[in-house]
Design a protein around this ligand. Structure first.
Ligand code: PGA
Length: 255
């Protein structure tokens, strides 16, 4: 973690929660923030689409930011079942995830698809959290660095800046498994991402981009992961569904 980049603790709720659960979770987090308007960390929750409007209400007046988990690359049109970035902006979202590995795997999203979505997100004055990460076979085959580089360059929109884009490194094999890379391995990939960003955006801009680690982050491992030089927060799945765990992770930013 650096002194200059404000850490982000983002919760990816995935396909979890009915109205009452989501509202209770968001309200609990707002209570834990206890009226603090400018905590050291930026807290973001990304509920399923169905809960966004209700959560927007539950977190009104708190420092919690609202995000969505995906969007279509087009603004509107004949895309049955899809949701556009302007629709998410209309609900009060500030962030949208693009290219989560579950989207890449379950919906066949390519780097080009992810880039188009990220462009749509930025065009709606929202910020993109662009997700990249290698599979277990790629890690075992020594391809992690190549995969991460290719995904980053293929998914990053031209208009990306430190202010409108966040990169989440999520090794696919670490998501929901309780396994994580070693701290050194995480730092090595994050340093590579920042070096690649410097090539694409320039040194100064790259120095301001927040890089999140995601994949089995929990209250037990968060302090070590968040202390790494190029880790500027976390994208948290399972542990974001329990307010006390998510809060404990956010508190690790203070140490
Ligand atoms: P996890 O998920 O924290 O449950 O591993 C992270 C993610 O998929 O964003």
């Amino acid at each position: 973690m650096s002194q200059t980049r404000r850490p982000m603790i983002a919760g990816n709720w995935k396909m979890n929660g009915l109205k009452a659960d989501g509202t209770a979770l968001a309200s609990d987090l707002a209570k834990l923030l206890n009226g603090e308007t400018d905590p050291v960390f930026e807290m973001v929750v990304c509920p399923p689409f169905t809960l966004i409007a209700g959560i927007a209400e539950a977190i009104t007046g708190s420092a919690i930011g609202l995000g969505a988990q995906d969007c279509h690359a087009a603004d509107k049109g004949a895309h049955t079942g899809d949701i556009s970035a302007p629709m998410l902006a209309d609900l009060g979202c500030k962030y949208v995830l693009a290219g989560h590995s579950e989207r890449r795997t379950n919906h066949g999203e390519s780097d080009a698809d992810v880039k188009a979505k990220a462009e749509a997100i930025l065009a709606s004055d929202l910020s993109a959290i662009i997700c990249i990460g290698e599979t277990e076979a790629e890690r075992d085959g020594g391809k992690t660095m190549d995969v991460v580089k290719t995904q980053l360059s293929g998914s990053l929109p031209k208009s990306a800046t430190a202010a409108n884009s966040v990169i989440a490194y999520e090794p696919v094999w670490a998501i929901g498994t309780g396994r994580t890379p070693s701290d050194d391995e995480v730092q090595e990939v994050h340093a590579l991402i920042r070096a690649e960003l410097a090539k694409a955006l320039g040194e100064d801009e790259a120095a301001g981009v927040r890089l999140l680690y995601g994949g089995s982050m929990n209250p037990g491992n968060a302090s070590n992961l968040l202390a790494l030089a190029d880790v500027d927060g976390g994208l948290i799945g399972g542990a974001s569904l329990k307010s006390e765990d998510f809060w404990a992770i956010a508190q690790s930013c203070d140490t």
